[in-house]
Design a protein. Structure first.
Length: 309
């Protein structure tokens, strides 16, 4: 059985330091998690061209069965699940609103770009083809994808392929297309002011996920996680399972295995050292967890990676 890859976009830079904007083309032929729960400080525009998806944003679930655009505001917790075993395509542009800022404080800077940066103005949740803004946004979206350059056939079947650019002309076209998207949304009055009351449940989950990522090399107890968010262990476990779809322990183990994959691919460290480096104090437990998530052994996984290069 083909194993589902691990994806945690929040650990990756989106674009370059000087131009924080990147595109992702994600392809799937299986049912299950396509993009794990994560969040980032950038805005994201998702284009679903075909397939059957479930998009979860801040503990809200959205069923996607036809072509559409979805917008992710900075800081929103989100994930993507495929609902069938058919071919699915999802494209994304992730960008920092700061790249669209102006030195001069004109109307666009004051009433649109700065409020988006400060979180005072929100993108619409979604747009479907029957909305008059859909076609111009789709054209601008495709112009951005084209500006990043043509993907190779290998890229098209990479589960999570990001493209970035340092080319001056490409960056100008990308920025102009993003501004056109903002102008279209503004023209149709699709931006909405931020509601001040944050969902404390979402913030608790984000705090727990951050703690796991920062401390996965150490022993993590449920009591540690519950203490981070000032909740009882029982309530925290129920909340986490409802939001993420798996228990805190399952999530930690999966995250640790993801780190072992990275070390197996990028280093020559022995398996026993990788085991300890990723928070496993018992080699037997580590090997069982590794096989559970990958279907193979660490040594065999490393050999397969070497052969594929």
């Amino acid at each position: 059985m083909e194993q589902q890859p691990f994806i945690l976009k929040e650990t990756r830079p989106h674009g370059t330091k000087s131009f924080p904007c990147a595109i992702y083309r994600t392809h799937s032929v299986w049912k299950g998690t396509l993009v794990k729960h994560h969040w980032h400080n950038e805005a994201e525009i998702l284009y679903f061209s075909n397939g059957n998806f479930r998009l979860e944003i801040n503990m809200e679930s959205f069923s996607i069965q036809s072509e559409c655009f979805y917008f992710i505001n900075p800081g929103e917790l989100h994930s993507i699940i495929t609902e069938t075993s058919d071919s699915h395509w999802e494209d994304a542009i992730v960008f920092s609103p700061g790249i669209l800022s102006f030195d001069s404080y004109d109307e666009a800077q004051i009433h649109l770009i700065k409020p988006i940066q400060n979180g005072r103005l929100l993108f619409p949740r979604y747009i479907t083809p029957d909305h008059p803004a859909f076609l111009p946004i789709q054209n601008a979206f495709m112009d951005i994808m084209h500006s990043f350059g043509q993907m190779t056939p290998e890229d098209l079947y990479t589960t999570d392929s990001a493209l970035v650019t340092d080319d001056l002309t490409s960056q100008l076209y990308i920025k102009s297309s993003l501004l056109y998207i903002l102008a279209t949304l503004s023209n149709h009055r699709l931006f909405t002011p931020t509601e001040k009351n944050l969902d404390k449940r979402v913030e608790s989950i984000k705090t727990a996920l951050t703690y796991m990522k920062d401390n996965y090399q150490e022993k993590i107890y449920l009591s540690d996680l519950a203490k981070q968010v000032n909740l009882s262990e029982q309530y925290f476990c129920r909340l986490f399972k409802k939001a993420i779809g798996q228990s805190p322990i399952e999530y930690i183990n999966e995250y640790r295995i993801k780190q072992t994959l990275r070390l197996l691919e990028e280093t020559n460290l022995p398996v026993t050292e990788i085991c300890l480096e990723c928070g496993y104090n018992n080699l037997g437990n580590f090997l069982r967890e590794f096989r559970k998530y990958t279907g193979t052994t660490p040594l065999q996984y490393r050999k397969n990676q070497i052969k594929s290069k």
